[in-house]
Design a protein around this ligand. Sequence first.
Ligand SMILES: [Fe+2]
Length: 218
Amino acid sequence: MVNYKEYDLYYASLMGGWYIPDNVCDEVVEVYNNNESLWVSGKVGADAIEDYEIKKSTELIIHPHNFNYIHNYLIHLGNLIEKYKEKYPFCNTTTTEWSLWGNIKIQHYKPGEGFKAWHAENGGFANHKMRHLVFMTYLNTSDAGTEFGNQEIITPCHKGLTIIWPTAWTHTHRGVVSNSQEKTIITGWYDFHPDPHTDLNNNNLDGLDYHYLINNQK
Ligand SMILES: [Fe+2]
């Protein structure tokens, strides 16, 4: 496996940070830049509304059917989730299986924009409640990092730095807004798999597991 440089995050933070190669970040940015017709304005909350007081961004949503466009990134991400499991084995002693599931987003923030409000990735609603872990890679370097309230950590926006953390309220966070520099990230979630006994109507059943896709792509 690639020897990933680690960004030091204290053990009790339950957060992991490692750097992926710059050229992989550039590939992802290229996917974003080449698909302007698909850009959408960032949305928030249970009703997926635009509220610029909470969040202002431009996003490219990548459905699992299109994950081949970010294949190299996903290889590194897969390696880093293994690093996270090594650091925190209890994340993997869950009753239900979990994996990369559903859409991934590339998000661009212009100067003055950001995910400004405190939030956690799992607010308990809709299919967000299936989220187990979240990942985020900074695709450029700027002064707009991310502030984690309970951990009293500000992760720096360093190109390639990939942070993985739990989705619960324990990791409530917000973007640091830069008034002079842009910021681009790629982010998504590792979800618990739907329970066929209780989640038959869960939207998440429409999700596609990338590992499933890879194994079935011939
Ligand atoms: Fe977030």
